[in-house]
Design a protein. Sequence first.
Length: 255
Amino acid sequence: MAFDEAHGWRDQMFGTHAAFFDALSGLKSTQEVFALLRRLGFGEVRQVLDLCCGNGRLAPELCKIAQSYVGVDVSTELLELALRRYKHLPNASFVHCDARHLIDSLPRERFDLVLRNYTSLGYFCWDSEVEMLKQCSMVASPGASMIVDSFNGDWFIQNHHVKRSKDCGRFRLIEDYRCSGSGARVECEWRYVESGQEDVVISFRLEQYNVQRVVELASAAGWVVREVFADYSDVLLSDTGVVPERLVARLCKPA
């Protein structure tokens, strides 16, 4: 697996130490994703693209509502796990490719639903994020929808410094987030603590996205933002009185 050389932390998180990330993903229920899809009327779809699918944890449920499921990821380590676990699903396939170059591996205007769940905006620079959404538009059919979730930049501005610990069974994850004064980016550190082992520390930086910036990003890539929710709830972000940690946006490709 090879990401940008300047962003070696991705090689660590999703490559060298992918086993930790795999264990983490197993702790979080995916039912909130499917509850949102049902509320939005996606009880059945033809072709679904699971962008940055990782270990394929969404595949079993997505295969129940889709005629065809395609999961893509650049991590060979996580894709190997997905293939091993879900190769029995007759309508599922997994493709190794960089999300910034989808059109090199996937057909144009095929998918009527694109998902980018549990992988925040801001892991890449603005230009790369725009290119990813443009690539998604190229492989999406006219009128298609895309569901994107992300850390909420306004939440980081409000909290400024967040440090928390999560018990993950055989190891503990300590997350440390420090927001810049302007809120434009967050310095992040994930520390995996396992008894009898040296701590694994992965440091990275996130560019932050609030609703306005998500709208600007979508527009730059040819998408239109239809709705933005407070996390995976059925409450529109504009209707809530609190600032949620995550936001979930539904984008639409013009027909």
